[in-house]
Design a protein around this ligand. Sequence first.
Ligand SMILES: NC(=O)c1ccc[n+]([C@@H]2O[C@H](COP(=O)([O-])OP(=O)(O)OC[C@H]3O[C@@H](n4cnc5c(N)ncnc54)[C@H](O)[C@@H]3O)[C@@H](O)[C@H]2O)c1
Length: 431
Amino acid sequence: MARIAVIGMGYTGLGTSIALAKRGHTVTCVDTNPEKVTLLSKGRSPLFEPGFSGEIAALSRRHRLIASIDTPAPVRDADIIFLSVGTPSQPDGSLDTTQLGAACLSVGEGLRGRRRQLVVVKSTVVPGTTESVVIPALESKSSLHAGDFGVCVNPEFLREGHALEDSLRPSHIVIGERDRASGNALLRIYAGFACPKVRTSVRIAEAVKYATNAFLATKVTFANELANICTRLGLDVDEVLRGMSLDPRINPRHLVPGVGFGGSCFPKDLRALVSLSRGVGYEPFLLTTTLSVNERQHMEAVRLLENELRPLSGKRVAILGLAFKGGTDDVRESKALAVASELLLRGAHVVGYDPKAAANFTKAFRGVEIAATVEDALRGSDACIIQAAWPEFSRLGPKQFALMQTPIVIDGRRTWTPRRVPKGIRYRRIG
Ligand SMILES: NC(=O)c1ccc[n+]([C@@H]2O[C@H](COP(=O)([O-])OP(=O)(O)OC[C@H]3O[C@@H](n4cnc5c(N)ncnc54)[C@H](O)[C@@H]3O)[C@@H](O)[C@H]2O)c1
């Protein structure tokens, strides 16, 4: 069994840590955030993700998961080091490698004097980053050369809200190897994972992640654009999509209209790819359009609301679901932020509810009253917008909607099929 250090305890780092610890490896979970390390050292999850709490508690008790705020020491003891720190956007959209660069310097310190350890980049990085940022930082602090330590790029494809199942049973594994020995070492770690695995170069592995997210985001935007057109033509976009998806070339997943995509991946990965592309002299019109359609998509929900309730000034509007989607506490680039801003601009009183993301939302945005329960959010509201698909919203019925001043429901996430829409509400949805 290997000794592993995972650097960065976000959704990706925790998913990787749990999956590898459950395979019998000993994993040190490293983060520079003291609160996260304290929680982890008590066997508690520092973020909400279904299944994480139980797994972290059990693995910590068996000393399979160990928390550390220090990087060099656990790196010194590790056979394999996974880098899973954040790679957000810079203001111009390009990739911000600050966290990655800093983490690599600390990892480099731990590599000093050792041989044949493997460093694996799990963070999403644009093609060329491992060569231009990761390896130079590792070399500078370790006084070694790449080759003395191995390097792989192993992009992560997990979905927040399903991070545990995706980490334990990934659909596929992409291994970008700097040399054959590095790829062999990583493949040995993944030997027990029964899924297709592809071995390729470091740059191709970096690019596969962007290609995947750019394609999926474009699919979502395609569905939204089609929905917006169908609405104005008086057509049911779901019927159009159903007919279209019968074509064996078209997979219906991600072809679901709504308020647009948010989260910590699609928007920032698209922006990074656009920036990279422009840097090499190519204007990626399709990708920039995917982004700009997405940036205005939440206005469809606001438009539907205004059609019902104009003027919005003085009206009480509930936003159900503050996370960027159901099943997570992550509010990064959540459409709830954009919707709330628009409603406040129009003078509405906005009350928000989310089963898990309320605390993160409050840190990111002011001016929204936070309700403790969905009933509290609905009580006395003139309308509500369902922004994230939490299962509890699909269980809402006439009793809860009767708490509203006027039971107007704008569904941004296809909470019910048309036949299951609760009785007694005025129901509007995108598309
Ligand atoms: N969140 C997802 O669904 C997802 C899916 C696939 C890929 N990714 C990619 O994985 C990477 C991580 O994203 P995330 O959302 O899991 O992470 P995150 O942004 O939620 O967390 C990153 C963590 O890294 C820690 N960190 C920062 N600098 C550090 C350092 N020098 N040493 C140790 N820890 C440090 C931070 O404190 C934080 O806890 C990103 O590149 C992201 O694009 C994320």
